[in-house]
Design a protein around this ligand. Structure first.
Ligand SMILES: CSC[C@H]1O[C@H](OP(=O)(O)O)[C@H](O)[C@@H]1O
Ligand SMILES: Nc1ncnc2[nH]cnc12
Length: 333
């Protein structure tokens, strides 16, 4: 089984503990939750350690908190930052995944808000995503672009053991969920046009999102298994049957507007409102998955552990203060 030991704390000032609420001792943490839109905190205030992890790729979206949840020791990282300041196309995915890997993480539960582009994936449904279609552009999407070459097998990008765990957990919770689903990942930050949404549906996508790529492949490249828990917040451009906004439809009908036939086209406000309402369901699902991850869980070996080690051994730049302008005695100025 591939494994690695996290480096000692503060080597090269790499890991800085901000709030040592409990003695963290920098023991490896094997499970992480990456919070998507609407999920910015996982632990009760005052019960966690907060770590700033320096990486070769720059800063993570936020400090990583480490605490206990559902009886497991868990690292938590909100991908958009604690105050949702990182746009989906600007997230430093490599820094986030490298930082988690450097702490010893082997399993990631990622949460996502998604739109439904297929009628079988209406708002309110949870989805254990199993495939993606990448429609992003220009994102740094590999660790193997310098020094070492590796080609990730990506036919089944999400971890099968963790997916089975999630499906069992959602079943036990009596949740309304789809055990499979293909997500099309768009560049964002804008939402899709109706034509794009129709096209995604015709191409076989069930749901649409802006962040699932390259997060999952970067995790795989560093030997971390991922299970994604998506919550369908909307019907994207209004193509899929949705919970109609009765008021909007009624007033559009009254005014004889063309919008009379269009219900529930996505807006960010709609997404956040539905996420807030669904928060208890999403957290219960995450807890169920956390409880169900087998004690001896090990991800698939998709990349040679030696190559992973080489990436994790990449030097982390140590920032030194830039000396200010000096006036030497006798200098011309
Ligand atoms: C808030 S609307 C669009 C935003 O929501 C999704 O975020 P995440 O995937 O992190 O849950 C989507 O991908 C966009 O980033
Ligand atoms: N319709 C949509 N498109 C892209 N990302 C989303 N996140 C939530 N809903 C979305």
């Amino acid at each position: 089984m591939q494994d690695w030991t996290p480096r000692p704390p503060n080597e090269e000032h790499r890991v800085t503990e901000q709030t040592p609420a409990q003695p963290l001792a920098h023991a490896p943490v094997r499970i992480a939750v990456i919070g998507g839109s609407g999920l910015y905190r996982l632990f009760d205030a005052g019960t966690v350690s907060s770590l700033v992890v320096d990486t070769p790729y720059g800063p993570t979206s936020a400090p990583i908190t480490v605490g206990e949840r559902a009886g497991r020791r868990v690292a938590f990282l909100p991908r958009h930052g604690a105050g949702h300041t990182e746009a989906p196309h600007r997230i430093n995915y490599r820094a986030n995944i490298w930082a988690l890997a450097s702490l010893g993480v082997r399993a990631i539960i990622s949460s996502s808000a998604v739109g439904g582009v297929s009628p079988e994936y209406p708002p309110g449904l949870l989805v254990v995503t199993d495939q993606f279609i990448d429609r992003t552009s220009g994102r740094a999407d590999t660790f193997f672009d310098e020094g070492v070459v590796a080609h990730l097998a990506a036919a089944d990008p999400f971890d099968p053991v963790l997916r089975r765990t999630a499906i069992a957990a959602l079943g036990e919770l009596g949740e309304r969920f789809a055990p499979t689903g293909t997500v099309v990942v768009i560049q964002g930050p804008r939402f899709s046009t109706r034509a794009e949404s129709l096209w995604f549906r015709a191409a076989g996508a069930h749901i649409v999102n802006m962040t699932q790529y390259p997060e999952v492949v970067l995790a795989s490249e560093l030997g971390i298994g991922t299970v994604n828990l998506s919550f369908v917040t909307d019907a994207d451009a209004g193509l899929a049957p949705a919970e109609p906004d009765a008021d909007a439809v009624a007033s559009a009908l009254e005014a004889r507007l063309p919008e009379a036939t269009e219900t529930d086209a996505v807006t960010a406000e709609l997404v956040f409102a539905r996420l807030a309402a669904a928060q208890p369901r999403i957290l219960a699902a995450i807890d169920g998955i956390l409880r169900g991850i087998p004690a001896g869980y090990a991800p698939r070996t998709l990349i040679d552990p030696e190559l992973i080690r080489a990436v994790l051994d990449r030097p982390v730049p140590v920032l030194h203060p830039v000396p200010g302008p000096t006036t030497e005695p006798g200098s011309a100025r």
